[in-house]
Ligand binder design. Structure first.
Ligand code: MLT
Length: 337
């Protein structure tokens, strides 16, 4: 202000007001922006979106909580995203907060690319798997996909299973302990999907077009439940196609990993290209956000917020733990003790 005051202030206001008015009208040729919000660790999603944006000439706005947003001062998530919506054309969200991408879409009306929301869903990762099946001429409505891994807590598994069942295919959850699978298996009938999800105990007896493997999601465990035993090479070698979203944990023996490594790394490339295609389609309006996120999450009953002023009491999905405290999706903020 000091340097501005050296000028005639009314002249400055007059000239800048004209500039602002013309900027409000002429927005042609302005670059498209993607606000990238990441509040949980990520290699593939973070870097593939950065690379895709660079390929597409979209500019990234680093809007993660760690970048120093005012939520650290208690601004609600809703207000934060409404403000961010005035700077960006699209949101790319990787979050611990279940259903935050849907909330952001409801709050702002802007397209949202869900890069994984807590234990809920990972639509872009699942799409890359459905695309892999399509590229291998596996007819989706007749496909049988075996899945081995952490059914209860893997959003990738949930999205792949629901995606295959939505297309009319059959999913077999291979759960040697039969502990986790039934909850997911009931979803196709609850959601009225044409396909089905069933459970098998012994992978050596399962016939399928593809085996999908995922790691135990230890960051979402609060029990001492044992992981499924590592798959051996002879167990994975029976399948024509074996995919893994990575990162890997203890679900594959070293030999089994060596056997699928090339396919898994090719899938990393495919997942990046899928995100790039999704970003382009969402940005151009060829695909609407609601098309990408079809399922309301099946919330655990303990997901309610206990804060007195929570406006989402019956459906508070989420708290986001920050260094300074805990923020609920409606903005209730409980500072760290
Ligand atoms: C995810 O973000 O869920 C990954 O793609 C899979 C994993 O973390 O195991």
């Amino acid at each position: 202000m000091i340097s501005i005051l050296r000028h005639d202030l009314s002249d400055v206001v007059y000239r800048l007001a004209d500039d602002v008015a013309s900027l409000e009208v002429h927005r042609d040729g302005v670059s498209k922006h993607v606000a990238l919000w990441i509040d949980e660790p990520s290699t593939r999603n973070r870097v593939s979106v950065a690379r895709a944006c660079s390929d597409l000439n979209f500019k990234i706005l680093d809007s993660s909580p760690s970048s120093g947003l005012s939520i650290a001062k208690g601004e609600s998530l809703q207000d934060t995203f409404m403000v961010l919506s005035r700077y960006t054309d699209l949101f790319a969200i990787r979050t611990r907060v279940v259903s935050l991408p849907l909330r952001i879409y409801a709050w702002t009306g802007l397209p949202v690319l869900n890069l994984g929301d807590g234990w809920n869903e990972h639509p872009s990762q699942a799409l890359s798997t459905l695309i892999a099946m399509h590229q291998s001429d596996i007819a989706s409505d007749k496909a049988t996909v075996a899945i081995y891994g952490d059914f209860d807590r893997s959003r990738t598994v949930r999205s792949v299973a629901l995606g295959v069942a939505s297309l009319g295919g059959t999913v077999i959850l291979v759960d040697p302990a039969f502990v986790n699978a039934p909850r997911l298996a009931s979803l196709p009938s609850e959601l009225g999907l044409p396909g089905s999800i069933s459970v098998a105990a012994d992978i050596s007896k399962v016939e399928a077009d593809m085996l999908y493997v995922c790691r135990p999601q230890r960051e979402r465990w609060n029990s001492s439940q044992a992981s499924p035993p590592p798959l051996r090479v002879q167990e994975v070698a029976r399948f024509k196609m074996v995919l893994h979203p990575l990162p890997r944990g203890e679900e594959l023996s070293t030999d089994a990993w060596e056997f699928i490594r090339e396919q898994a790394l090719n899938h990393v490339t495919r997942s990046y290209l899928t995100r790039r295609a999704l970003l382009a389609a969402l940005m151009s309006g060829a695909l609407a956000s609601s098309d990408e996120e079809r399922y309301q999450p099946n919330l655990p009953t303990n997901a309610r917020c206990s804060a007195d002023d929570c406006t989402f009491r019956d459906g508070c999905l989420a708290t986001l733990r920050l260094a300074s405290g805990t923020l609920c999706c409606s903005g209730c903020f409980a500072p760290c003790a």
